[in-house]
Design a binder for this molecule. Structure first.
Ligand SMILES: Cc1cc2nc3c(=O)[nH]c(=O)nc-3n(C[C@H](O)[C@H](O)[C@H](O)COP(=O)(O)OP(=O)(O)OC[C@H]3O[C@@H](n4cnc5c(N)ncnc54)[C@H](O)[C@@H]3O)c2cc1C
Length: 395
């Protein structure tokens, strides 16, 4: 049996792999996009039930500063599906009660610490050391620390402060905070259907070999593919495992990057079953979940939906019990689980990625993902664009 030959094989069908495949396919490259799960999207994962109700199990918000992502959405013909998120607040969950964020802040402490924002540099500082200086220690522990941990769904204290938020140019012609009709997984559906892209699902890459100038990828189910160029768009431990035979030094550096699993459970409930006020998300203080994100941002006539993001190691029954406890009802119409892997970067992280960039320079191997410039969807697309340009010389 002959092995199918491509210009590019992209391993990993999250937004990093999707966007790289998109750029390559538009340049006329015959591209195989291999994803181990049953659908593309990775962290873009939408539960689509009951009926036509939908709920994000992973990423939920895009901004008009996501210029490269918006470009891809436009190219894929999905721009008219952009819809605005209603203005509902993020709230705290303290001692079993939903409270506003301002009600939890100490404004005197804030006023005393705040001016440091003008002089203190984020560079070389962790999230805890930077933000506790500009909001005050108590405010950090009670409010800002938990809020910042809700962003990457894990304890963010030791993250490099520079990695969490980025200033980007806004596109004024686009809705400021948006999602897509049917949820963000619609982006994955639109992009993976592009010309020149062959999407292979249920395809877990298990090894990569280089045979002269050709990369041969083997999948766990025995399928194989060959290509002139290779792109890895999987979490760093998986990328390290796959690169071992091809670029062992880069694989060694990738293996240094720590990751954590985020276990998410989404539930849909009848509107009348929940008494809580409408909120975009809940930020708990010292709890078994890092955040709960709701569908209240696009209210539905029948249902409300909530996705709780947990640390790994809690069994499903315990998760369900906690969700019922917070919502005040266990009468779920449907529920769904999702598991994501996110990087857990430490100070000095950028030295590892700079070394990786040095090691792949001049090679026909691209490495993309949410552990280069940042975790946000736009950071992934931006990384993929720069890898595409490096590989092809097309700008
Ligand atoms: C709960 C949550 C909420 C978030 N909210 C937001 C948000 O609102 N806005 C925002 O901008 N960002 C958000 N993020 C961050 C952002 O969604 C992610 O950083 C980004 O989507 C990651 O994309 P990726 O393609 O790099 O990785 P992933 O999405 O993890 O994709 C990697 C893919 O590779 C596949 N894979 C792994 N190993 C193999 C293998 N051996 N062979 C084949 N395939 C493999 C995986 O199945 C996966 O589909 C959120 C993340 C999480 C987890």
């Amino acid at each position: 049996m002959g092995m199918k030959r491509y210009d590019l094989i992209v391993i990993g069908g999250g937004i990093s792999g999707l966007s790289l495949a998109h750029y390559a396919s538009r340049a006329g490259m015959k591209t195989l996009l291999a994803e181990k799960e049953g659908q593309a999207g990775g962290c873009l994962r939408t539960m689509r039930k009951p009926g036509d109700f939908w709920l994000e199990l992973g990423a939920h918000t895009c901004y008009n500063s996501y210029g490269n992502l918006i470009g891809i959405i436009e190219d894929s013909g999905a721009k008219e599906r952009l819809i605005p998120r209603e203005k509902v607040p993020f709230m705290m969950f303290v001692d079993g009660k939903v409270k506003s964020i301002p009600s939890q802040l100490d404004f005197l402490e804030m006023a005393c610490s705040g001016p440091r924002i003008f002089t203190l540099s984020k560079s070389g500082r962790t999230v805890a050391s930077y933000y506790s200086k500009i909001v005050g220690k108590k405010n950090y522990e009670k409010v800002i620390g938990p809020a910042l941990s809700a962003v990457p769904s894990q304890r963010a204290d030791d993250f490099p402060a520079e990695m969490l938020f980025k200033k980007r140019k806004r596109r004024k012609d686009v809705i400021r905070k948006f999602t897509l009709e049917g949820g963000l997984q619609a982006v994955a559906d639109a992009v993976s259907g592009g010309d020149n892209i062959e999407l292979l699902t249920g395809a877990e890459a298990s090894s990569v070999e280089r045979d002269q100038s050709v990369f041969r990828v083997s999948f766990a189910d025995g399928r194989e593919g060959a290509a002139d160029n290779l792109a890895l768009a999987v979490p760093p431990p998986a990328a390290a495992g796959l690169l071992g035979n091809v670029l062992p030094e880069a694989a060694r550096r990738l293996a240094e990057i720590k990751t954590v699993a985020i276990e998410s459970v989404g539930v849909a409930v009848r509107k009348e079953a929940v008494a809580l006020p409408h909120f975009a998300g809940l930020i708990p203080v010292r709890d078994v979940f890092f955040s709960a994100v709701s569908r209240d941002i696009i209210a539905d006539p029948m249902y409300r939906g909530f996705t709780f993001h947990f640390a790994p190691g809690i069994d499903l029954a315990a998760k369900m019990k906690r969700i019922a406890g917070v919502l005040g009802t266990g009468r779920f119409e449907v529920s769904a689980e999702n598991r994501a892997v996110l990087p857990s970067p430490l100070l000095g992280h950028e030295k590892i990625t700079a070394a990786i960039d040095g090691l792949i320079k001049g090679k026909r191997v691209c490495i993309t993902g949410n552990y280069f410039s940042g975790l946000a969807i736009e950071d992934c697309v931006t990384r993929s664009l720069s890898e595409f340009r490096r590989l092809t010389g097309i700008s």
